[in-house]
Design a binder for this molecule. Sequence first.
Ligand code: 13P
Ligand code: SF4
Length: 390
Amino acid sequence: MTTVDLPLLPLGRGTDLSAERGVECPGDLPAASDPELVARALAAKAALGDRVFVLGHHYQRDEVIQFADVTGDSFKLARDAAARPEAEYIVFCGVHFMAESADILTGPDQQVVLPDLAAGCSMADMARLRQVEDAWDAMTEAGVAGSVVPITYMNSSADIKAFCGRNGGAVCTSSNAEVALEWAFGQVPDAKVFFLPDQHLGRNTAVLKMGLTLDDCVVWDPHRPNGGLTVEQLRDAKMILWKGHCSVHGRFSPEVVDDLRATIPGVQILVHPECTHEVVLKADLVGSTEFIIKTIEAAPAGSSWAIGTELNLVKRLAAAHPDKRITFLDKTVCYCSTMNRIDLPHFVWAMESLVNGTVVNRIEVDPQTEHFASIALQRMLDLPGKSHKD
Ligand code: 13P
Ligand code: SF4
């Protein structure tokens, strides 16, 4: 069966609660021009003390990340959230799927707050449970589901993680996708991986790390009958990639890599694996945001780098390393708009509400979804060997 899906709703106007995408933020926010915002955030944080733990993803704005108790990529933040059972409140400065994972990994008495509910993720929105279940039904009909192990990128809604947990699969992040694929291919004889929702991370990991070929990979398009694939294609594939992508990383282009190599002598191209395969092929180094940060920290003074990831992080790296030449990989790519939804007014509003005893914008995953999603997340946390590959 093929689902005719609704078009994506504009952020802030969506009311489809079954989707990961953001909805309106109901808050009575302080004015963005209020000169006291930093002082108010500091005062709220001091008043809450150890009762609050603030997590900040690397793509957050400077004005917000300065208040984070820890910063990290999505894998590190998931672990950090799980490691702080004494904090009553986890304020997640990141996007919705990350806050959901934090809720799943923290205790029942801990409350996770996302300062702006419109901080969703366009990639996560590209895979919806109904569509994924339709794809699974088609794989069952084609007689291949028994050998398919579903792996979802962290950047997916909790119900997609739960789908993977229910069907023998796991979660992965950009830090551990290779280990997760190794695990998945070892689960059943002649295993295939159904990789959600980022086709680029799936393809880049399969081809560049696992030694598969592009011909081993097919793309399941949820908007076409039977995903746009024949039964033979499903049977022959080793990787069934969901047709999803990051709207930020997907915009970097191989032409810009060529231009920069021609204009900056000795420049090294460092990109995130959410970039297209063509860009990753032309890059010198590819890795998660944690990997990107560590690479720049370890780079010698005077070295030149062009970085293909979110702009807030690249600007911070450039400011922190004035002895290195750091360029953003593309002039036309901009910030992640949903990451940027978390700004100082939303942060202050969320924190002051907690001080006043009101938990706003709580992210709470229902118990059934949480049960199966935590199985998939735990499989990731238990991955053999070095599961956090930096
Ligand atoms: P990581 O934090 O896993 O590097 O992912 C990048 C990203 O796009 C988060 O939304
Ligand atoms: Fe989603 Fe891409 Fe933004 Fe990350 S950078 S939150 S994957 S849209």
